[in-house]
Design a protein around this ligand. Structure first.
Ligand SMILES: Cc1cc2nc3c(=O)[nH]c(=O)nc-3n(C[C@H](O)[C@H](O)[C@H](O)COP(=O)(O)O)c2cc1C
Length: 154
C-alpha cells in the first residue's frame, strides 16, 4: 500500500480544509496518510516510493501562499531529481483572475522540472463557482486513488 504525503498551502484556510477532508477520505479508503503542516515542510523531500498530493490556493497575482512559499523555494533551489515520484495536484483559485490557479501551475512546472510524473487530472477548483471546494476534491479523489493501484500494478 503506497503512503500518501499530503501538503497544502493556504491563505484563508480553504486549501487546508480540503487537505484535511482528503486525509479523512483517504484513510477511509485504506491509505496510510501523512498530512504535513506547511511549517513542517522545510527539509522534506517527497519519498519517490510514496505518493505526493499537493493542495494549494493562489494569492496576489498568481502567487503562492506565504506558508508554502519557503518549501517551494527550497525544492526549486535543491532541485532533487525525482523521476520516480508520482504526484497529484489540486489548485484552489478564482477564474476572475487572469492568473487563475497560478500557484498550482507553478507547482506543476516545478515537479515536472524535477522529473516527477503527475498522476490523474490537475484539478482546479474555482471559488467563483463553488463555496465548497472539498466537495469537488472528494469527487476527484476516487479516480486518483484507483490510479495509485494501477501504478502499483505496473
Ligand atoms: C488577495 C487575493 C488574491 C488572489 N489572487 C488569485 C490569483 O491570482 N489567482 C487565482 O486563481 N485566485 C486568486 N485568489 C482566489 C483564491 O485563490 C481563492 O479564493 C481560494 O479559494 C482561496 O483559498 P485559501 O482559503 O486556501 O486561501 C485570490 C484571492 C485573494 C483574496
Amino acid at each position: 500500500m503506497k503512503k500518501v504525503n499530503l501538503v497544502f498551502g493556504t491563505v484563508y484556510g480553504g486549501a487546508q480544509y480540503v487537505a484535511e477532508t482528503l486525509q479523512g477520505a483517504l484513510i477511509e479508503l485504506g491509505r496510510d496518510v501523512n498530512l504535513y503542516q506547511p511549517e513542517q515542510l522545510m527539509g522534506f523531500v517527497p519519498p519517490v516510493n510514496e505518493l505526493l498530493l499537493v493542495v494549494c490556493s493562489t494569492t496576489g497575482q498568481g502567487d503562492l501562499p506565504d506558508d508554502i512559499q519557503p518549501w517551494f523555494n527550497e525544492m526549486k533551489s535543491k532541485a532533487p531529481y525525482l523521476p520516480d515520484l508520482r504526484f497529484g495536484l489540486i489548485a484552489l483559485g478564482d477564474s476572475s483572475y487572469e492568473t487563475y490557479c497560478g500557484a498550482g501551475e507553478q507547482f506543476l512546472s516545478l515537479f515536472e522540472e524535477l522529473g516527477a510524473k503527475r498522476l490523474g487530472e490537475f484539478l482546479k477548483i474555482d471559488a467563483g463557482e463553488t463555496m465548497e471546494p472539498e466537495v469537488e476534491a472528494l469527487a476527484w479523489l476516487p479516480h486518483w486513488n484507483k490510479l495509485i493501484d494501477t501504478e502499483l500494478a505496473a
